[in-house]
Design a protein around this ligand. Structure first.
Ligand code: COA
Length: 434
């Protein structure tokens, strides 16, 4: 018993799951491993069939996507993370394309049922509140809509403020387990990523409000911002890269119009140090994704600068960020929410940044997207485009002007063939574009 909470075992708690149910799991570092393991035991015992599992991406294992659970668990995630990628590509698991801002709406509008929400929370405080810690995102909506809420109470879940704080009375079943949250692993930026970071940093003004996407680029950009002033954070996720800038006073939120002086995020993906940083930290508001990712809320702050990455960009500025041809690698996530929000913000900058070539030397800039690739950020949404060779602004530029600008920051070895393709596509007039 802890503050009048009655704990039961994970095996006991997951007995509420019935065949045909939809389950939501809290995301990223906060995936409730002990409940997932108990659920798999019920699957192994032949007690369940056709159970749907939804979540953003999770760190750690995703055993419910294994081929052996075909017909038992059917995984339909809102993002394709590293732990489900192979099984999504093989067809054992599936993906629901959805803007991150709208993941919560799937539950709140009733488009997706939520029979059971499985979450992790901090122990209750003296007021009877627990914190969702590193995962508020669509998890809060799932809790509101679920028939049953099972929470792992874990003293390693940081007591994050904002929408993360919920009354323990919203939870039906409590399971105690103090495992460490799953850390995300990052490598130091290489030479190319550092050059991209520098090119992005050159576009970031003092007083900017930053969103950094997922992948290798964000930390490379943050590493270049040590001499900036009065930066703010309104983002969907952040990781360790922001911590030295907060310590130095570079990130202080002083220029924000909403949430002045605060950092706003909806989930975290970092090391234990990053998770410790938000513990009882009044500077950080962990908020519902309906708030963090609404483009019109994002746009309320001035100089919103959104930096996201891509897998492939064509010479007209169409951005593929979710698949390699037909093979799904990732998801739309919050890329479009923030690219659009930044473009609406006063002096905002929407940036797509990526290396010009893959680690195998293939050009990521292509005459046309690979067959089967989808467009995440459309050519109407793209503004700034950055590689290690520079930064170009495509907003208000014609197709032929865009091709010239994009090719000017392609890898030098690929510029000639790209130029040839542009000439074949647009005709002789293309040569006269300045
Ligand atoms: N052709 C062939 N292979 C390619 C390729 C291309 N055009 N572009 C990338 N690849 C390969 C890379 O070589 C790498 O392969 P490896 O895993 O064998 O090393 C892999 O695809 C991943 O590429 P990389 O550039 O390392 O990806 P990343 O980790 O930097 O992530 C995105 C880039 C686009 C996948 C990521 O930013 C994303 O998921 N974006 C969409 C969601 C989003 O933006 N959300 C917003 C905020 S969270």
């Amino acid at each position: 018993m802890l503050n009048n909470i009655k704990f039961i075992s994970a095996d006991e708690a997951v007995k509420v799951v019935k065949s045909g149910d939809h389950i939501h799991l809290s995301s990223v570092a906060s995936a409730p491993k002990v409940l997932i393991d108990a659920l798999m035991r019920r699957g192994d015992n032949g007690e369940l069939k056709d159970v749907r599992i939804h979540h953003l991406h999770t760190e750690g294992g995703a055993p419910y996507t294994d081929a052996r659970y075909e017909g038992v668990f059917f995984h339909q995630a809102f993002f394709v993370g590293g732990n489900v990628r192979k099984n999504v590509q093989a067809g054992y698991a599936d993906y629901i394309p959805i803007f991150l801002s709208e993941t919560q709406k799937l539950y709140r509008s009733g488009v997706l049922p939520c029979n059971v929400a499985m979450i992790q929370v901090s122990p209750p405080d003296k007021h009877g509140f627990v914190s969702l810690g590193t995962s508020v995102d669509a998890t809060l909506a799932a809790i509101e809509c679920a028939e049953h809420v099972i929470a792992v109470v874990n003293k390693n879940v940081p007591r994050a403020w904002g929408d993360a704080m919920i009354p323990a009375s919203m939870i039906d079943y409590f399971v105690e387990c103090d495992g460490l949250l799953e850390p995300a692993h990052f490598t130091e930026p290489d030479e190319i990523e550092a050059a991209i970071g520098k090119n992005c940093a050159g576009l970031i003004e003092d007083g900017a409000c930053l969103q950094m996407g997922i992948g290798a680029i964000p930390n490379a950009v943050l590493a270049q911002l040590g001499n900036h002033k009065n930066l703010g954070i309104h983002t969907e996720m952040f990781a360790d890269g922001v911590l030295p800038l907060v310590e130095k006073g570079v990130i202080n939120g002083a220029n924000k119009v909403i949430d002045k002086g605060k950092m706003v995020s909806t989930f975290l993906m970092g090391s234990q140090t990053c998770y410790d940083f938000i513990d009882d930290n009044p500077m950080v508001r962990m908020m519902d994704v309906a708030y963090t990712n609404d483009p019109f809320i994002i746009a309320k702050n001035p100089r919103v600068t959104a930096i996201n990455s891509a897998l492939q960009v064509d010479i007209t500025g169409q951005v593929c960020a979710d698949s390699l041809g037909t093979k799904f690698f990732s998801g739309v996530g919050g890329q479009v929410d923030f690219i659009y929000g930044a473009s609406l913000s006063e002096r905002g900058k929407a940036i797509i940044a990526m290396p010009s070539v893959t680690n195998k030397g293939i050009s990521k800039i292509a005459p046309v997207l690979t067959s089967g690739a989808g467009v995440v950020t459309t050519r109407n949404h793209i503004h700034w485009f950055v590689t290690e060779y520079g930064a170009v602004n495509l907003y208000g530029k014609s197709l032929q002007e865009r091709a010239k600008l994009i090719i000017s920051i392609a890898h030098p070895e690929h510029r000639e063939e790209l130029d040839k393709a542009a000439f074949e596509r647009f005709g002789p007039h293309y040569h006269f574009i300045g």
